[in-house]
Write a protein that binds this ligand. Structure first.
Ligand code: HEM
Length: 134
């Protein structure tokens, strides 16, 4: 049980969470399509991401927005499932306070990602429709 956010807590949480995602009927196929069978690079990115967000480690160099815009269009349903599994994993591993820090941060980031995804796909659909109308 983790009572503070540490690198060890993040590695453990990300590892268990990704194990669930991998076998999940909703999210698993999207990941399989995007990253194939080798989860090691994804785990490393997620660890770096969370330690940069919550421990200010500065180890994450990617762009989550771009990564998610390049996937087949993700919906609220995907995000709810993602957050449900994240919550379930954090609650099983961490004290209530620490679990709620992990969950609240993920909810905030998830909202921003979903908002950007909706805008992006709606504006590209609008551009497509305008092009067809010409
Ligand atoms: C709060 C919600 C989420 C957070 C914080 C999050 C975070 C991240 C991060 C940090 C990466 C690595 C990006 C990079 O540097 O390449 C990533 C990649 C990815 N995420 Fe998410 N994600 C979220 C929701 C979702 C959802 C709902 C899905 C749906 C399946 C998803 C699918 C993926 C996939 C497939 C990749 C791999 C993309 C690639 O490397 O090609 N994510 N995510």
């Amino acid at each position: 049980m983790y009572h503070t956010i540490t690198e060890d807590a993040i590695v453990d949480l990300v590892d268990r969470f990704c194990g669930k995602i991998r076998n999940d009927h909703v999210l698993g196929p999207i990941f399989a399509q995007a990253i194939g069978a080798d989860w090691k690079p994804h785990l490393a990115k997620m660890n770096a991401f969370w330690s940069s967000v919550l421990l200010a480690s500065g180890t994450y160099k990617g762009n989550p927005m771009v990564a998610h815009l390049q996937l087949p269009r993700l919906t609220q349903h995907h995000f709810e499932r993602w957050l449900y599994l994240w919550h379930e994993t954090a609650a099983g591993l961490c004290s209530d306070n620490v679990a709620s820090l992990f969950v609240r941060k993920a909810q905030m980031i998830g909202e921003r990602l979903l908002h950007a995804i909706s805008n992006y796909h709606e504006s590209s659909e609008a551009t497509g429709a305008a092009r067809e109308a010409i």
